[in-house]
Design a protein around this ligand. Structure first.
Ligand code: SAM
Length: 243
């Protein structure tokens, strides 16, 4: 029976492409990928010759049937995203589900993932943890999502874009309180940086931060009474809003 291979690709440092990932990509005739321009660079670098199938959030209705058809013909298919694991804050889940429903094999290949790199380097309890990915971009929804997480005692891992980091940390401070976090930037790249501290400490220095970022946030210590919490955090938040 044909297989779908989930192949992670480097989140920065090309040296982190594993031997098995290269072997699998060399073994298949077709690779489903998010952005063909990005993936071509990776394939050229490792001298991989497979044909590319465009597979992104806006063409799943075309890409998934096409991939199922190839599996039916006995072709093994690999899927990659632009970086890290496919299906982790990237396209892939719908395809995996469809391939399982059609009774083909799904095979995970181990490798790069920004969330796990950040978690292990954060200095914040690595388990139990939950992976949240991106919060909503819209302020009201972001607040609502954080409200739902605020009594969560697990370490939480978020992805965020650099132009939203200040706003997101300010809202986190307001809703979650001044918890310990690790802001993990440009992981595996030349300018890799891990900033550890409370949310307010990180806010002090996050103005000019660029690059890709993961925020690891410690879980709730205890369920704090609403009024006590609001009183203690209000002034703190205001000082950042005023800046
Ligand atoms: N599939 C990827 C994975 O497995 O990690 C995640 C893709 S998601 C579209 C991109 C986000 O991942 C970025 O906005 C950032 O939050 C995080 N990210 C990716 N590469 C990173 C890196 N080198 N350093 C820090 N964060 C990174």
């Amino acid at each position: 029976k044909a297989s779908l291979y989930l192949v992670p690709t480097p989140i920065g440092n090309l040296g982190e492409m594993t031997i098995r990932s290269i072997e699998v990509l060399k073994s298949v005739n077709y690779i489903a990928c998010e952005d063909t321009r990005n993936t071509i660079k990776l394939l050229n670098h490792f001298d991989i010759k497979a044909k590319l199938i465009s597979h992104h959030e806006h063409n799943l209705h075309v890409a998934i049937p096409k991939i199922l058809h190839l599996l039916e013909e006995g072709e093994n298919i690999a899927i990659v995203s632009d970086a890290g694991y496919p299906a982790i804050s990237d396209p892939g889940y719908e395809l995996v589900k469809a391939v399982i429903d059609a009774s083909y094999n799904v095979v995970p290949i181990s490798g790069c993932n920004a969330a796990l790199d950040a978690l292990v380097v954060s200095g914040i309890a690595p388990q139990p943890f939950m992976f949240y990915g991106f919060l909503s971009h819209e302020n009201k929804n972001k607040k609502k999502e954080l409200e739902e997480l605020k009594n969560q005692m697990m370490t939480i891992v978020f992805y965020e874009a650099p132009h939203r980091i200040k706003k997101t940390l300010t809202v986190m401070l307001e809703i979650l309180g001044d918890r310990h976090i690790a802001l993990c930037r440009e992981l595996t790249k030349k300018h890799e940086e891990i900033i550890r501290g409370t949310i307010s400490e990180v806010l002090e220095i996050c103005d000019d931060l660029k690059g890709e970022m993961v925020i690891v946030v410690e879980g709730a210590k205890e369920i704090v009474e609403e009024e006590v919490f609001e009183q203690s955090i209000k002034e703190h938040v205001q000082s950042f809003v005023d800046k």
